[in-house]
Structure formats: C-alpha cells, structure tokens
Design a protein around this ligand. Structure first.
Ligand code: CTP
Ligand code: MG
Length: 188
C-alpha cells in the first residue's frame, strides 16, 4: 500500500477513537438508575438493567475527554487535527462520535430486548457494531460532508472498511479485559 493509503487508514482509526473509548467506558461508570426506569414494553424491559444513566453520561464524557486530548496532542502537528477539523468543527465531531456511540449502545439493547434476548446475553453483530452504527448515524445526520470526506469518497472508503474489520477484534479485546478486571460478568 502506498503511504497515502496507509495514512487514510490510520486517520480513519484516529477519527474513531472517541467512539471506541466512549462505549466501553460506560462499564466503569455504570450503576444506579436504569435508563428505562424499569419500565416494560409488552412484558419485556424496554432496555434492561445494563443501560444506566451514569453509564451513559460517563461514557459520553470519556469519549469527549479523549477527543479533547487528541485535539491537544495533534494541535502542534496539524491545525486540522489530523481530520477532526478546526474549531468549532472538531467539537461537533467529538460530541457526535461520543454521544452517538452511547446512543447506538442503547439502540442495540432496545433491539435485543424486542428480540427476546436477555440483558447480557450474546447478540452477534449488534453487540459489536451498535455503538459504531450510532456514531456514524449521528455524523451522517449532522456532519455528513465531513463523514463522506473521511470515510466514504474513494479512497477514504478504505478507512470505513478498515474500521469495520477492526471493530469486532477491538470489541473482543476490550471485553475480555473488562471481564478479567471483574467489571463484566461475561467476556463479551
Ligand atoms: N453500562 C451502563 N450503562 C450504559 C451502558 C453500559 O451502566 N448506558 C454498564 C452496565 O453495567 C452493563 C455493562 O456496562 O452491564 C456492559 O455493557 P453492555 O455489554 O452494553 O450491557 P449488557 O449488560 O450486556 O446488556 P445488553 O444485553 O443490554 O447489551
Ligand atoms: Mg453486553
């Protein structure tokens, strides 16, 4: 691969880090009130005890924090912050990635409950990709031009493909880590 293509792929990963950090950080903050207030829909919990307000906002906060750190460390190298953009664009991108990540996670649990899959039970594809779908959906809605420039128009499509391929591996790694740290009951 040429240097340009390698750069596109690395920047694609760089531009996904806030979403990658936000989602698993919810585990560290989780606890307290469930987001669905224990309400049910057709007998099944709307979201279940695995989605709490503390986890949600702790995760969003962590994603934004890591994004701000990324902006700080890339500032001296590139005024476009290696793809995040200048102020205030980078703020929007970081917030959408972090918020979207946790929103996707909530949507994932909503779908799991509707399918009758209990809290913590496996749901291949949804478990791995819900946060990424949420993050990319928000970017498509509010920053579609940015998203197309970095992830859709050829050859940046390679960034999209790389992130899609990489995500299940990262998900697996982080969950095994969370399990070993005693933060998660199951390694997925
Ligand atoms: N968590 C939280 N609040 C969130 C997201 C996650 O408190 N908004 C915490 C919960 O303790 C949860 C753990 O992080 O159990 C792992 O998250 P996840 O795997 O998404 O939840 P599950 O418990 O597996 O539930 P579900 O089947 O709904 O995905
Ligand atoms: Mg889970």
């Amino acid at each position: 691969m040429s240097n340009d293509l390698i750069e596109i792929v690395l920047i694609g990963i760089w531009l996904t880090i806030p979403a990658y950090v936000a989602n698993p950080s919810a585990v560290l903050f989780g606890g307290g009130r469930p987001m669905d207030f224990e309400k049910r829909l057709k007998g099944e919990r709307i979201l279940g005890d695995g989605k709490t307000w503390r986890g949600f906002f702790g995760g969003v906060f962590s994603g934004i924090l890591i994004g701000v750190i990324q902006i700080a460390i890339s500032s001296p190298i590139d005024e476009g912050h290696l793809g995040f953009g200048g102020y205030p664009d980078f703020l929007a991108v970081i917030i959408l990635l972090s918020f979207g990540s946790l929103m996707g996670d909530v949507m994932g649990s909503f779908v799991k409950r509707r399918l009758g899959i209990k809290r913590g039970q496996k749901a291949p594809f949804l478990d791995q990709y819900d946060f990424l779908i949420g993050a990319w959906l928000l970017l498509l809605i509010f920053k579609w031009q940015w998203f197309f420039e970095h992830f859709v128009y050829w050859p940046n499509t390679l960034a999209l493909i790389t992130v899609i391929i990489l995500t299940p591996f990262l998900h697996k790694g982080v969950n095994v880590l969370g399990y070993k740290m005693g933060k998660k009951d199951v390694p997925w």
